[in-house]
Design a protein around this ligand. Sequence first.
Ligand SMILES: [Zn+2]
Length: 139
Amino acid sequence: VSPELERKLVDKYPKLFTDFGGSPSRSLIAFGFECGDGWFDLLDTLCTQLLALEPVDEGEGIQPLRAVQVKEKYGTLRFYVGHASDEAFALINFAEALSARICETCGNRGRTRGTGWLKTLCDSCAEKEGYVDTAMGTL
Ligand SMILES: [Zn+2]
């Protein structure tokens, strides 16, 4: 994600991304959001939904929700958190699955393509980036 969009997410959800810009030895979220801008809305929506479910403030007996790493892997989103409820993990699973249908570059409808190095792209971004259409997850 570009620095401007990254900043938006961190400013909007400071507690969820409390280790952003910190030491990578403490949390890999220090590296920021290692994916394309096309998934910004997906990330923003996921964060809003997670915050509605999970505590983010420290407190007696509370394990607040913290994002520990956000990245692209095998063409889809990976959103890693520390302690979280089953409901929170279900939301994350849903967002990760949906990322296989959203162009990582522009946010248009896409699908996962490529051989070896997988990426989820729409037709026009795939053409621009020279990705082979392997018709994975076609609908
Ligand atoms: Zn695209």
